[in-house]
Design a protein around this ligand. Sequence first.
Ligand code: TTP
Ligand code: MG
Length: 359
Amino acid sequence: MLPRIIGHLDMDAFFASVEERASPWLRGLPLVVGSDPAGGAGRGVVSTANYLARGYGIHSAMPISQAWRLSEEARRRGKPAVVFITPDFHKYSAVSREVNDILRTFSPTIEEAGIDESYFDLSSVSSYKKAEAVGCEIKKVVKEKTGLTATVGIGPNKPIAKIASDFRKPDGLTVVSEAQAEKFLEPFSIRKIPGVGPKTELLLLGYGIRTVADAKKFSAEKLTALLGKWGAELYERIRGRDESPLETEFLAKSVGEQETFAADTADMHVILERLAALSGNVLEKFRQEGFKQFRTVVVTIRFADFETKSRSKTLSAPTASRGILERQALQLLLPFLDRRENPRRKKVRLIGVRLEKIS
Ligand code: TTP
Ligand code: MG
């Protein structure tokens, strides 16, 4: 039987690289793509930073106001100030599609896992040596056709391929064969294992587990006792074993947007007005990306104290109706605006709307 060989491609500093390509004068300058910094008073977050801006300590999901402060500090030390640009998702999804089209010329089975990352099945090339050559070729073609660099990881399954692509960035290529996988994982923080989020990490830390090697000292029974069913799966994953198939269906995709209010608010009218506008934007983006119908609506709310909740509703039939989207979003959000889900009447910092099960 052929060994299973899975690749994972992740674009380098994706949004920032696309912006640099569009505006060559940005080259050599630190760049942040994110919400408006508003001279340091902006309330949104950083989408991504190019590698120069990362050198200032700026990273994805950081408050934009903090990125602004770091830029000002660097400027005072005589370094160039950061250029701030607001994201243009339409532009990024066009590039994303271009990269996936290139991947499809190398493999018939690909999973679009995110806007700048995809898995692809290389089992048919039958050896890791050949897979490495294909990985190299993919990077070359992506560079030639898009002008952008990508990092590729290759391994016996999805988690190893993803960890491998994260291992040496940017413009990297890391191959981890099935035989090497178990040892490769040992030194990593347990947090690197896909599925281990901040809660699991904290729980495991309480048992002295920091790295994958630490976790391997625990039996499958012990991990199951700690984490339930997921513990048994984790036992396998930390040994480099995972069977999860590539999700080539539309299930993995979603389109959404979030909005941070200029000031925290409890004003129901303001919130509902923004919810309707956000629903319209999301539907527009969904159409621009070429989707025709959705089945699941997800609403997210973040309160002033940063507590964040999501609620979703899957419809009995797919639709493309703005009216249905707005009604569903409203129904999902309303309980958070009154005593049902918000007894202390906390103010709202952010709301988000996302469509899933789209095709
Ligand atoms: P990543 O692949 O995580 O980041 P990146 O491509 O910018 O940098 P690199 O892979 O070289 O480390 O995410 C891809 C894009 O997704 C990123 O360019 C912007 C967007 N993004 C956000 O909008 N918010 C986030 O919190 C993250 C992590 C990414
Ligand atoms: Mg990336």
